[in-house]
Ligand binder design. Structure first.
Ligand code: ZN
Ligand code: ZN
Length: 387
């Protein structure tokens, strides 16, 4: 790990909330043709003042089967303050993107460019940015920025900041040729990973890692993973590295096979029960009934950690399922410390991600495949030249 992988020093005097986030406005949008995915053939780069970029825009949430993302030409954003402008190489697709596109997360910016597992190189920066040089490979994660001054930000719990901005939801994200991020919230990415393979580490990886840590599981423990998509397929590699036995519970046979390929001691369907009591369980599938299923096979004092941002209602539960100090806890976002710690471990193991590649124009298709459990590992949009 290089020096560049260390957390950036905080700038106590900065005022992050005062920085504008350049974004396509409705007025600007009318100047640029929004094209359907099949008819887009505009030039990739303009010149000088009128440079444009291709981006996938969500005008309003809708079922992903209706192909709500449209490829459009937008003005290339300009970095301000301490922002860096990143030329995007790849952006991994997360279930949270599906929640943004379909409206389970209410719109916070319209239109919005989704995508929060962004890998690319720094091309320009604002007048206050000093951290990265041109060509530095960076990752832009879900936590776009925090206020820096609230009680949560001041107590190492910036993941709970009430004024946080989120990439691809409240600020434009990486389903585009360019994306902006405050330099303090971008990650220097370890070498040794190609662009497509490092992209899923930026949310699936980091959130999976935080979920794993918050479950309290230790070496020699038995861990259940409910849902075996992008996050679980990374978390299992960390768990195995720590000497933890993993039991995978997932409805899709291909996902069960992936779990076994990655070293799970057992994999079964959601109607089955693991053959041993669990010390902890991680739930990555957005189905509330899995909380009850996990509690039924959880040892006394064990924790069920919920890794998703959205979940269907949790059914009524008998107190005796929770008694004996069993804990149900949600996991919200992550701190930059989680990300830095995880990327070090990911490089040391090293973690291998299974990816299925899509083009920017296939973003709807990628999200549909994710919704239908048809992705082995993670879906990743290849945007520009990638390593
Ligand atoms: Zn805050
Ligand atoms: Zn995510």
């Amino acid at each position: 790990m290089t020096k560049a992988g260390l957390p950036a020093p905080r700038k106590e005097t900065s005022s992050p909330t005062s920085e504008p986030i350049p974004a396509p406005t409705t007025a600007i949008m009318t100047l640029f043709a929004i094209t359907g995915v099949t008819s887009h053939n505009n030039s990739r780069r303009g010149c000088c003042e009128n440079e444009v970029m291709k981006a996938c825009l969500l005008a309003a949430p809708a079922p992903v089967e209706s192909n709500p993302l449209r490829v459009a030409d937008l003005p290339r954003p300009k970095p301000a303050g301490n922002q860096v402008l990143v030329r995007v190489h790849a952006c991994a697709v997360c279930r949270t993107d599906l929640h943004v596109v379909e409206g389970e997360l209410p719109p916070r910016k319209k239109p919005v460019v989704p995508g929060h597992q962004v890998v690319g190189v720094v091309e320009e920066w604002g007048p206050d940015a000093t951290r990265f040089r041109a060509g530095a490979r960076v990752g832009i994660p879900w936590l776009h920025r925090t206020c820096g001054v609230c009680e949560f930000c001041r107590s190492r719990r910036e993941n709970l900041c009430e004024r946080a901005e989120f990439t691809g939801w409240t600020a434009d994200g990486g389903y585009a040729e360019y994306a902006l991020a405050p330099e303090d919230f971008a990650y220097a990415l370890p070498e040794g990973f190609g662009d497509l393979h490092v992209a899923p580490l930026l949310c699936a990886g980091i959130i999976g890692f935080r979920t794993l840590r918050l479950s309290g599981i230790g070496s020699g423990g038995r861990l259940g993973m409910y849902g075996f998509g992008a996050a679980a397929h990374v978390a299992i590699q960390v768990a195995r590295h720590w000497g933890i036995e993993v039991y995978a519970i997932t409805r899709d046979a291909r996902h069960r096979q992936l779990a076994l390929d990655l070293g799970a001691v057992w994999a079964g369907g959601s109607e089955e029960q693991p053959p041993a009591l669990l010390d902890a369980a991680l739930i990555f599938a957005p189905a509330g009934e899995l909380v009850i299923a996990a509690l039924r096979v959880l040892k006394r004092g064990g924790t069920v950690a919920l890794g998703g941002i959205h979940m269907s209602p949790i059914p009524q539960l008998d107190y005796n399922l929770l008694y004996h100090e069993r804990v149900i806890r949600s996991v919200a976002n992550n701190t930059r410390n989680d990300g830095e710690d995880f990327l070090k471990i990911a490089a040391a193991i090293p973690i291998h991600t299974e990816v299925r590649e899509f083009s920017l124009e296939q973003a709807n298709e990628a999200l549909q495949a994710l919704k239908n459990d048809a992705i082995r590992g993670a879906a990743v949009l290849r945007v520009g030249a990638t390593s």
